[in-house]
Design a binder for this molecule. Structure first.
Ligand code: CMP
Length: 142
């Protein structure tokens, strides 16, 4: 199954995209599509629509439009749950040792990586960045 990750602008800016991608590949994820995207305000607002009423929404949109992020469609078995385990808690102070956020995040907002939180969200978020035709099959089995 597929899930969506974004290596966020804070991590890309600090030159951590390659390290984080290597971490994800070592955890068994296969890259099916990738794009460096600087979101517009309207795109960031739409992507995080579910958080519109939260106090951190405007700040989150400003942060996510502050530079390019690396959007990734990733595949493995049980991809959504596995990716959430690998990235760790939203707040790096609470993330388990060895998780991407514990290793690389600066704060609860500038937390290095986004991952879809359910299979339904993953389908919506993969489609947000990648039309079906942009998903590559690196294993040649489909
Ligand atoms: P993400 O997994 O992309 O989903 C929503 C994002 O909002 C989250 O990662 C953080 O970047 C941000 N976020 C969540 N909670 C807070 C908070 N309490 N304060 C600031 N930013 C937050």
């Amino acid at each position: 199954m597929l899930t969506l990750a974004i290596i966020k602008p804070d991590a890309v800016k600090r030159g951590l995209a390659g390290k984080i991608l290597a971490h994800l590949e070592a955890a068994g994820f296969v890259v099916r599509a990738a794009r460096l995207v600087k979101l517009s305000t309207a795109q960031a607002e739409a992507f995080y629509e579910v958080h519109r009423e939260r106090p951190f929404y405007r700040s989150l949109v400003t942060f996510m439009t502050s530079g390019p992020g690396l959007s990734l469609a990733l595949e493995r078995d049980d991809a959504v749950a596995h990716l959430r385990d690998v990235i760790g808690a939203t707040d790096p102070a609470e993330a388990k040792p060895g998780t991407v956020r514990k290793l690389y995040a600066e704060s609860k907002e500038r937390n290095a990586i986004h991952a879809s939180d359910s299979p339904e969200t993953a389908a919506r978020e993969v489609a947000f960045f990648f039309p079906e035709g942009e998903l590559r099959d690196l294993r040649g089995s489909r």
